[in-house]
Write a protein of this length. Structure first.
Lengths: 253, 253
């Protein structure tokens, strides 16, 4: 006798199937067919199925029942099946976030680098240190960490001065690049040899006059030099999320 | 005789296996084992495997060969296997992007809404219209589209006035919420009944004095009212990407 798979229903009439699934493919096949029919009769709109690598043998069976791949979470693939046509299935994440730091020292100079992978293809392409925001990391934390990793410079966060958005990231993702103004605590650059080909302090005037620097970076430096960006604001809990667990940058001054 | 699977090598010594794969599971099993041994001997660091739903039967075989799920792209799951310990595998997208619009009319009033799903749980939670940035859409386009869809108000983009970042999105994703200042072209609100419970024009003074509005939204309104945010800048092509295909917001004035 086929059995109804264990599942929970969310407020959108979506059905999340429990990960406690039959290990045997044939049993899963019959139980899934039986469950889908009951759920459909019950008005469920979308079925969500989580199959980890230990249950990878069940993936082809889910596909034969009309499930589509939705996203990967850790060790598992999450699949979905609409039981009502036109039912809304929210998109998974499609953006990566990067940061750059325009770091000023006490003499008013800025910290610039040439990356190893640019040294031949883009000679003289001086840019601001930076990199990807890790999962679970805030933008202001990532800017400080990346500057430290790439150059050994310890810096404090001041404000957000620019934001670039485009759709040409790795794996077909989109990307946001957040440019932050930072202030250096130390002056001695210790570049990371794997990532950094060259690094130096330079006066803003010399950077703006440099022919091999792209206009994009010059525009961001002018923003950091001459205008007011967005510092972080603290406005208390946000729907139960404590101030330390989120960041809000807003126009000020 | 097992055959070497067709593949291309990228600049990081990563090997992308062609999607032209044996349909037969047993052939795939022997060909994959043979290929992995040759690639490892050849110094390949990471193998990337794309299996679409028509090849779902090959997924359990890839898993038995030590492949991990990396991400979903359209109809396919992409899996990876390190051939050298410690080899770097870049993370997939982990952020969704949302927008909000602080829309001013010619009388200096702002457009606020109460969403259907807040009407019972957060009564009087007047907020700015907005929603998710679609794949391939720019932030300034999404702000204009969401305001139009939710309220019927046609607006033009002025500047970015705030940015919120946290890690409490759907499916374990992180989220960025970009608040934009817009200017309304028309005045008659036509709310979308599925999404919007209530909508109105309100003076900034009355909004700031309203007890049921959260401090987060008041801080953003003050930013939009009293400070200079980040307009979009045009700085020409960016590494081959035309100005119309990306957006740069930077501190100005």
């Amino acid at each position: 006798m086929p059995r109804l798979l264990d599942a929970s229903i969310n407020r959108y009439r979506g059905c999340w199937v429990s990960t406690e699934l039959p290990a045997d493919s044939s049993t899963f096949h019959t139980d899934l067919a039986h469950s889908l029919a009951l759920w459909q009769a019950d008005g469920i709109k979308v079925v969500w199925l989580t199959l980890n690598s230990a249950r990878a043998a069940l993936i082809p069976i889910a596909v034969t029942h009309g499930f589509d791949f939705h996203h990967v979470a850790g060790d598992a693939v999450i699949l979905t099946k609409r039981l009502q046509s036109g039912a809304i299935i929210p998109e998974f994440a499609n953006h990566t976030i990067g940061v750059g730091g325009i770091v000023f020292n006490a003499r008013g100079e800025i910290l610039v680098v040439i990356e190893q992978h640019d040294k031949h293809t883009r000679p003289g392409h001086w840019k601001f240190p930076g990199g990807a925001v890790d999962k679970g990391e805030l933008i202001r934390e990532a800017a400080i960490r990346e500057v430290k990793e790439e150059t050994g410079i310890i810096a404090t966060f001041d404000q957000l001065v620019g934001l670039r958005h485009y759709h040409y990231g790795q794996f077909g993702t989109s990307n946001i690049y957040a440019l932050c103004r930072l202030h250096a605590v130390n002056n001695t650059i210790t570049p990371c040899p794997e990532e950094i080909f060259a690094s130096k302090w330079i006066s803003p005037e010399d950077y703006l006059a440099c022919d091999t620097v792209i206009e994009f970076n010059k525009a961001l430096l002018r923003a950091a030099l001459y205008h007011h960006g967005m510092p972080t604001l603290e406005v208390g809990d946000l729907h139960g999320i404590a101030p330390a667990e989120y960041e809000l940058f807003a126009a000020a001054r």
